[in-house]
Design a binder for this molecule. Structure first.
Ligand code: GUN
Ligand code: ZN
Length: 425
């Protein structure tokens, strides 16, 4: 049966980094049927045209495409908010010991289910995640996502050096395990496999080359990794790859730079790296709560004018599961760089911007006819502090901005996944 969903329906006709806030529009109703968006428009007209549709009225709530978290590590769910370390120490102290536990498939199942329940409770309906080196950690995530009918991306994280015993694969096993997972899962229901070298310090050039070769065999899948997150990390990469022109070149030299490459963080880029990323049509992902929490630096959101830029929590380097908290951090980081991002730009990054970064903008990330019906319904007066600020709002963006800056999972009134209202666990 068709569903007619009423509220303040937010969609994007263009990119607000190019077209300004006018890129966004607000309608009164969205019609959903057979898992897709069938129409967007005025409530009266859609009611008249579809008298058979079941009506759900969310009043003054904002109805948006579900949030898309373009870079997360679901296995780090339990170590979110771990104190006092910077990147390399943080990996060695908290992350690697926790990722070790994913050798146990039942532990992976437990965390995958917990992570997805948390993500959905925060209005996130799609994400692109790193798993651990264990193939079972990918299987656990895909099983849990499939049971919820989610559109997700995931890959086995490959590391053949500078990681503890038990958390290292080899050139051959990284290639073989990634290929087996890819063949089994890529394109099944709403699941996509992503080729996933963790980052250059933990992969030998030979392993990067093997994954580059695998990517040439499966050119339609994505490749995700990390790039230029902290100064110490960049110096280490320079020592490990003395022949490379820069950090990006360590990937480029092995066939890991082209459309479909998704680089997390990308904070301290050289001019050459920026122009090569743009020429190659690669994507970068802004992880602002992580970049402040781990002390990495201030991403340049101006890159959104030349590159595909997504937004992400980077759970558990990031300090929140919420894309609203992540938008707030993106706003603050841009302010520290002298730029005030408009709420339309922040919202776009968390939805269509992330979809574009994952090259999925024809499927998810917007409310438009033909798109998959993954929606988030946001209460714009979810706490007393937000509600009192909203009474001053003169337009929709002034009504949205207090929720962007102060909202969290309490603002998530409902989520719809694949055209169905998602029943919370
Ligand atoms: N660089 C390599 N691995 C990681 C990770 O797990 N988290 C973050 N934030 N950066 C990384
Ligand atoms: Zn990461």
């Amino acid at each position: 049966m068709a569903d007619l969903i009423l509220g303040r329906v937010l969609s994007f006709a263009a990119d607000p980094f190019v077209a300004g806030p006018e890129a966004a529009r607000i309608d009164e109703a969205v019609l959903v049927d057979e898992r897709r968006i069938k129409a967007v428009g005025s409530a009266d007209a859609l009611r008249r045209a579809h008298p058979e549709a079941r009506v759900t009225d969310y009043g003054r709530c904002l109805i948006s495409a579900g949030f898309i978290d373009a870079h997360v590590h679901y296995p780090q769910t339990a170590i979110i908010a771990s104190w006092g370390k910077r990147l390399i120490d943080w990996l060695n102290t908290y992350t690697f010991p926790e990722e070790m536990r994913f050798a146990d498939r039942s532990y992976a199942d437990t965390v995958a289910n917990r992570y997805l329940d948390l993500a959905l409770a925060h209005g996130t309906t799609s994400m692109c995640t790193f798993a651990t080196i264990h193939p079972g950690s990918v299987e656990a995530f895909f099983d849990a996502a499939r049971a919820r009918d989610l559109r997700v991306w995931a890959g086995k994280t490959c590391m053949d050096r500078h990681a503890p015993e038990g958390l290292r694969d080899t050139v051959q096993s990284a290639y073989d395990d990634s290929k087996a997972l890819l063949e089994k899962w890529h394109g099944v229901d709403r699941l996509s496999y992503v080729i996933t070298p963790r980052f250059s310090p933990t992969s030998t050039p030979e392993q990067l080359a093997a994954l580059g070769a695998l990517w040439r065999e499966y050119p339609d899948c994505l490749m995700q990794t990390h790039l230029s997150e902290q100064h110490d990390e960049i110096s280490w990469v320079r020592e490990l790859f003395p022949q490379s022109r820069d950090y990006l070149d360590t990937y480029e030299a092995q066939g890991l730079l082209r459309e479909g490459a998704v680089f997390g963080h990308a904070i301290h880029l050289t001019a050459r790296e920026k122009s090569r990323l743009a020429e190659a049509g690669a994507s970068v992902v802004h992880c602002p709560t992580s970049n402040t929490f781990i002390g990495s630096g201030l991403f340049d959101t101006g890159l959104a004018r030349t590159l595909r830029v997504g937004l992400a929590t980077d759970t558990g380097g990031g300090s929140s599961f919420s894309m609203l908290r992540t938008m707030a951090a993106a706003y603050e980081v841009a302010q520290l760089r002298g730029q005030a991002l408009h709420p339309s730009q922040l919202w776009w990054l968390a939805t269509l911007g992330s979809a574009r970064a994952l090259r999925a903008e024809r499927m998810i990330g917007n409310i438009a006819v033909g798109m998959e019906a993954d929606l988030v319904v946001v209460d714009l007066a979810s706490t007393p502090a937000i509600a009192q600020a909203v009474t001053r709002a003169g337009d929709v963006w002034e009504a949205v901005f207090p929720t962007v800056m102060m909202g969290d999972d309490r603002a998530i009134r409902a989520v719809w996944v694949g055209g169905q209202e998602y029943a919370r666990a």
